[in-house]
Structures are given as structure tokens and as C-alpha cells.
Design a binder for this molecule. Structure first.
Ligand SMILES: *Cc1c(COP(=O)(O)O)cnc(C)c1O
Length: 364
């Protein structure tokens, strides 16, 4: 039987009836697309990742018969080593989206509403719906920055924001993050650093000084492993233990054998990591200049995407026109940002194709 969208069923639970699921960026099945819509890395992961996965498989893949390490100790050690923290300060999940889901359940569900920006990662309100977490949104300033004062002196059940923020790309300095931590000693402050490797300083070193800080990272963006699904959180062991309790009540093996092996190799290849992230940063700065030349207003980005609007051209129409030229970017039909395009930084060739296409669209 075919189901139409919005079809409901008498078999659905109340929770499911009330859900508004997250809508991920499109993953089209077409070849020859320039795909700049979901912030994937344009470069392949470290060659060590493939070697490690092949080694894990072995000649006959017989090891797949066995469950993986439920604690993925090797990966915790590699991450701890990379960030100069201890494995007891690391929690792992099947992508950082899963880590975030457990964070909402374990650390953000309290009597008071949690706070997050009005313009931010659109998964946060979805988790609030799933876990029945009360929330209040805090408007970004007119220049789309987070004002730390807005998160100080308001009673709350927790605070979460991406840094750099998504989809604006704007960075909040570590001094401002610390100000928020100090003003909220009785709330967990979650800093979602999915993009921090492209232009910010991580707050991870601060976890040794603030027991209310949880920093969430993903290997999907700066380690080029969106397809492997690995994310982690760093924080005080008591926060990590809360997450482990939820995880062990949900799925003992969120990371499979291949993901563990590949992620360890990715964390160990510092040279590849540095080279590819510097390439993305250089391309972002070139793309920003090229779009400014075409009359775009581009927000300063510390991420692997830019957020840009044109005073003379409607964003939805630009996105549509780009699509006709086989280039996909992201457009959010949301208040305050519906005249912006979010464009992932691709290779230099892809960025050039994008600015050529925009030039043609804007001039004709
Ligand atoms: C991409 C992204 C994530 C999710 O990353 P996965 O590890 O692929 O689940 C989380 N937070 C933000 C802000 C992101 O942009």
C-alpha cells in the first residue's frame, strides 16, 4: 500500500503523531552534480582510513561475525590523545546527531526551558519534540552573532549552540563561551563544534576547568567521514557517565567494527587533517571574495560553508537557477534567513563553477 505524506495511522503513538522530524539536505542519486548543500568535505578521508577498514575486515571478513567493542576503547584513546584529555572524558556516538540526541535526554531535560539561538541547527527543536524538552529561543543580534549577555542571568535548564553557528558560520570567541559557562554554573552548556576545525579554537581544553561544559564534535566534516557516522562529546566524567547510561539503555554498539577502525586511523593522521582543512579554509576565503565581487553580502565564516545573500536576487530563485545548472546549495525557508543561501565550500574547481554559474544567472 502506498502512503501519502501526512498520512496518519491509528497505530501511531501520541509521540509519533506529535513529531516534526528533521529534514536532512538532499542526497540526490544523480551523477555529475556539484553538491554544495550538506557541508560534506570535498576531499577524501585519510588513506589510512581505507587501509584500517580493510585490515579490520581481513581476508575473509570473518571478524564481522563478532560484535564490536561496546566501549570502542581504541577510539576513545585516539580521541583523548588527540585532544590531550582522558578517555573518561570522551563519549562516542553514531554521528554527532546521535550524541546530541542522548545529550537532550540525559543532560538537557529539566524543569526549566533550555536556551538556544533563534537561528541555529534545526535538529535542536526536533530533539526537544522527541524528548519533550521545553525550550526558549534567543534571537541572534542583527549581524547574526550570538550575544553572550543574552545567555547570562536567565534561569534555564541548559544551553546549546553550535560554534561556529550553523547555518550562519559566525564564530563566538572562547572568552565569550567562558562568560556563558561562568554565568550558568548549574546548567550544562553544550557547545556543538561540528565546524570548529575550519576556523575556531575548540573549547575542549576548558572541560578541565568547567564541570558544566560539554563539547560535541563530529568526524563528518573536518575528517571527511560523513558516511562512516562517528561523533563524540568531551566533558567532565560525570557528564560522560550520564550519556553512557542513556546509550547503554538504547544501543550497546552504536559504532560498528569498520567505523571504529576507520575513525581511529582518521584521528591519527594529523598531516592529512591539516592539509585538507587548510585547503578548505583557503577555498572559502577565495569563494567569499568571488561572491562579494558579484554583489553578495557574505557573512564572515569560520566554517566549511558560507552564508550569503544578494540585495537584487531572491535566494530561492537563485537556488533554483543553480539547480538547473546542476549545482545544489541549501536554502532555508525560515524567518530572517530566507534571503540567504548556504553554500558548502567545495574544491577550487567546484567553487569556480559555482561563481561562474552565479555570474551568468545574475548578468542574464
Ligand atoms: C553536521 C552537523 C552535525 C551532525 O553531524 P553528524 O556527526 O554527521 O551527525 C551536528 N551539528 C551540526 C551543527 C552540524 O552541522
Amino acid at each position: 500500500m502506498a502512503f501519502r505524506e501526512n498520512t496518519m495511522s491509528r497505530f501511531w503513538s501520541k509521540v509519533v503523531n506529535d513529531l516534526t522530524p528533521y529534514i536532512p539536505g538532499e542526497q540526490p542519486k544523480l551523477a555529475n552534480l556539484i553538491k554544495l548543500n550538506t557541508n560534506e568535505n570535498p576531499y577524501p578521508p585519510s588513506p589510512g582510513v581505507l587501509a584500517a577498514i580493510q585490515a579490520e575486515l581481513g581476508d575473509d571478513a570473518a571478524r564481522l561475525r563478532l560484535y564490536p567493542d561496546p566501549n570502542a576503547d581504541l577510539l576513545k584513546a585516539a580521541i583523548a590523545n588527540n585532544h590531550a584529555i582522558t578517555p573518561q572524558q570522551v563519549f562516542l556516538g553514531n554521528g554527532s546527531d546521535e550524541v546530541l540526541a542522548h545529550v537532550f535526554m540525559a543532560l538537557l531535560k529539566h524543569e526549566q526551558p533550555i536556551l538556544f539561538p533563534d537561528i541555529t541547527y534545526s535538529f535542536y527543536p526536533v530533539y526537544c519534540g522527541l524528548y519533550n524538552v521545553d525550550s526558549r529561543t534567543v534571537p541572534l543580534a542583527d549581524d547574526f552573532t550570538i550575544n553572550p549577555a543574552d545567555y547570562c542571568g536567565q534561569p534555564n535548564g541548559g544551553i546549546i549552540f553550535p560554534n561556529p553557528n550553523a547555518p550562519t558560520g559566525r564564530l563566538l570567541g572562547l572568552a565569550a563561551v567562558e562568560r556563558i559557562l561562568k554565568a550558568n554554573p548549574d546548567s550544562v552548556v553544550v557547545v556543538d563544534e561540528a565546524y570548529v576545525d575550519f576556523g575556531g579554537d575548540s573549547a575542549i581544553p576548558l572541560i578541565n576547568r568547567y564541570d558544566n561544559l560539554l563539547v560535541v564534535h563530529t568526524l563528518s566534516k573536518s575528517r571527511s567521514l560523513a558516511g562512516l557516522r562517528v561523533g563524540f562529546a568531551a566533558g567532565h566524567p560525570a557528564l560522560i557517565e550520564a550519556l553512557e547510561r542513556v546509550k547503554n539503555s538504547f544501543n550497546s554498539y552504536p559504532l560498528d567494527r569498520l567505523a571504529i577502525a576507520g575513525a581511529v586511523a582518521a584521528m591519527e593522521d594529523t598531516e592529512h587533517f591539516e592539509r585538507t582543512r587548510q585547503a578548505v579554509i583557503a577555498s572559502r576565503d577565495m569563494l567569499t571574495a568571488a561572491l562579494a565581487q558579484l554583489g553578495f553580502d557574505v557573512l564572515p565564516s569560520a566554517a566549511n560553508f558560507i552564508f550569503a545573500r544578494h540585495s537584487q536576487h531572491d535566494a530561492a530563485q537563485l537556488a533554483q537557477a543553480l539547480r538547473m545548472k546542476n549545482i545544489i546549495v541549501r536554502h532555508f525557508k525560515l524567518p530572517r534567513i530566507d534571503q540567504f543561501l548556504r553554500i558548502t565550500v567545495g574544491t577550487d574547481t567546484e567553487c569556480q563553477a559555482l561563481s561562474d554559474a552565479l555570474r551568468q544567472i545574475i548578468i542574464t
